[in-house]
Design a protein around this ligand. Structure first.
Ligand code: ATP
Ligand code: MG
Length: 216
């Protein structure tokens, strides 16, 4: 049995064409079913539905052989014990620093000053401000980061941005592009040794589908 961990939403949706290229059709719509383990057209392949940030954990501990996780989630997890053979180029966005319109960000990050930043991505934010030589006080949040500067709790946020609509709807502006984000295929290292051939076939099919869509 090959077990693949996916999160519902964009990663699940964007993974379907890749699975199809590997000859795998998922048999249920996760938005309609309450099942957490769903079967596929291949008796030897099943899909686990887990939280986006739990995907690396399932793969690390062997609860799943394979998974699809954002670069953001992988950096925060640390990636220990995970083989990362492919950038799938799906669920693309970027990590950014945003502040309220009119906030003097250059002054806030001048050498020797301090800034309070709210984020779900504390490792990425800590590293980014450390590299700039800025003292940062981090406030960990799990969602709706935009509220933190609006309520005076923080000067800035570090969050994922794709269209920028959520930022502008909340009168925030992007002031730094930290890194581009896309999702990667991750593989449990022991599973790769024990089930080399079927896992390799999936990796190769995914790679072929990515190449084909790049050329299209
Ligand atoms: P949870 O809902 O479990 O708290 P989450 O909100 O991070 O987690 P999703 O919104 O499904 O989960 O995002 C999953 C992944 O998709 C993220 O880790 C990131 O890599 C990517 N992603 C997040 N937001 C966007 C976006 N606006 N556009 C494209 N990709 C995104
Ligand atoms: Mg979400």
């Amino acid at each position: 049995m090959i077990t693949l961990a996916l999160s519902k939403g964009r990663i699940f949706d964007d993974s379907m064409p890749l699975l199809r290229a590997a000859g795998i059709e998922v048999l249920e719509d996760p938005e309609k079913s309450r099942k957490l383990i769903i079967g596929t057209s291949r008796a030897d392949v099943r899909v686990l539905l887990v939280r986006a940030s739990d995907v690396p954990t399932y793969v690390e501990y062997g609860g799943a052989d394979l998974g699809v996780a954002g670069r953001d989630v992988l950096i925060e997890h640390g990636g220990a014990g995970l083989y990362q053979p492919l950038d799938l180029r799906i669920a693309r966005c970027h990590m950014a620093v945003a502040v309220p319109e009119g906030f003097d960000y250059p002054a806030a990050v001048r050498q020797g000053s301090r800034i309070t930043v709210a984020t779900k991505y504390t490792s990425i934010a800590r590293q980014f401000f450390a590299d700039k030589g800025v003292h940062v006080d981090l406030i960990k949040l799990y969602g709706s980061m935009e509220l933190a500067p609006l309520t005076g709790m923080a000067h800035a946020i570090v969050d994922l941005v794709s269209t920028g609509k959520t930022l502008s709807a909340n009168k925030l502006v992007e002031v730094e592009h930290i890194m581009d984000i896309s999702s990667r295929l991750i593989v449990n290292q022991a599973a790769l040794k024990l089930k080399t051939a079927p896992i390799r076939r999936i990796i190769d099919a995914f790679a072929g589908a990515i190449d084909a869509s790049e050329k299209a």
